[in-house]
Design a protein around this ligand. Structure first.
Ligand code: SF4
Length: 353
């Protein structure tokens, strides 16, 4: 095998060094919320927030006609909404995806420092030669990647449709090069049986969930259902009754008869999950334990960088605009649009079934 064809070792990802913003006094929170609502109207802007950001931001998005969702729905919503400015509360790749789809719109983020360990763990300068060394494979990348990586891909995909897309490609006889999340890739491979070459990155939040501790918690709560995001390690997924994207986990929380749920994903999701399943008791899956560093403790350190304060500032000043070089954007759009078209075809098929 030539040198470039080997999967690079996992890349050490640096976590943010600054602590998350401290909680604000009630009066200050209310003042900022009012200011943001006024500015959103004045600036013809809409707030698009991910499930993992602070509850205050999720609530504001709901109250102002924006959206709180997973990354696929965020992309779709931002694309369809008539506002001239999109405020993306999440991490960098989400802002970039909004820009890829909406070059004519202004895309702002409360912070441009919010990264993602999957994106950082798959740098374009290593990934592109790796793809070039495997020309016989369809390159499928998770949405948690940079615009440059998307530009090299044949397909972009989110966790909500990843299994279906790989099944589709397998049915066409395609072999897959999958990046960046190795746990998600391994899970899809086990479900579909597709020939998949996996990149070697992980999410700092999901990678820390511990199978043994989860089993112990389940023994304490035998009636609880375990629901897990597929970015979690195999030892966690093997115990889960439901494995799915953030939106699919929220739907499962509502649907399952169990009163108690053990949730293996970022605890930011509890805000919308509790809304969807008001009578249920939600427990975070354990992350600590012997040898564990608990770097994230079930909450993404980059998502936590989004706050009422930096959101208000960005709306006021127009700072933190997301730019994607046009040549890269055009290439990245091809694979991203394929994802949206594929997702739409699944929805149509489901309606028709
Ligand atoms: S939770 Fe994980 S996958 Fe999501 S943005 Fe944070 S590091 Fe990335």
């Amino acid at each position: 095998m030539n040198q470039r064809a080997e999967i690079p070792l996992p890349i050490t990802v640096k976590l943010p060094t600054e602590p998350p913003p401290p909680p604000l006094p009630e009066k200050e929170r209310a003042r900022l919320q009012e200011r943001i609502k006024r500015l959103l109207k004045e600036r013809n802007a809409v707030l698009v927030a991910h499930y993992y950001v602070d509850e205050d931001l999720q609530r504001l998005a709901e109250e102002t006609g924006g959206c709180v969702s997973d990354s696929l729905e965020m992309a779709r919503f931002g694309h369809d909404h008539p506002a001239r400015t999109l405020i993306v509360a999440g991490v960098r790749f989400m802002g970039e995806t909004a820009k890829i789809l909406n070059p004519e719109k202004r895309v702002l983020m409360p912070t441009l420092q919010a990264e993602c360990s999957l994106d950082l763990g798959c740098p374009a300068n290593l990934f592109i030669p790796f793809c070039d060394a495997h020309p016989d494979r369809q390159v499928v990348v998770y949405s948690n990647t940079s615009a440059e990586v998307k530009a090299r891909a044949d397909w972009v995909v989110t966790s909500s449709i990843a299994v279906k897309l790989i099944e589709h490609l397998k049915s066409r006889g395609e072999k897959i090069l999958w990046a960046p999340d190795k746990h998600l890739g391994k899970y899809i491979q086990s479900v579909t049986g597709a020939d998949m070459l996996l990149w070697n990155a992980t999410c700092v939040v999901h990678d820390e969930f511990k199978g043994e501790l989860l089993a112990a918690l389940k023994r304490q709560h035998p009636d609880a259902a375990i629901i897990a995001h597929p970015e979690s390690p195999t030892a966690v997924l093997e115990q889960a009754e439901v494995i799915g994207s953030t939106s699919q986990l929220i739907a499962a929380a509502k649907r399952l008869p169990n009163k108690q749920l053990i949730v293996a994903t970022d605890r930011g999701i509890f805000y919308k999950m509790q809304q969807a399943a008001p009578g249920k008791i939600l427990m975070a899956a354990p992350t600590a334990g012997e040898g564990a560093t608990c770097e994230s403790c079930a909450h993404c350190p980059w998502m936590a960088m989004n706050s009422l304060t930096n959101l208000a500032e960005v709306l006021e000043t127009g700072a933190n605009e997301v730019h994607v070089e046009e040549a890269v954007r055009v290439k990245a759009l091809r694979a991203t649009q394929r994802m949206l078209d594929f997702a739409a075809s699944i929805r149509e098929k489901n309606h028709g079934d």
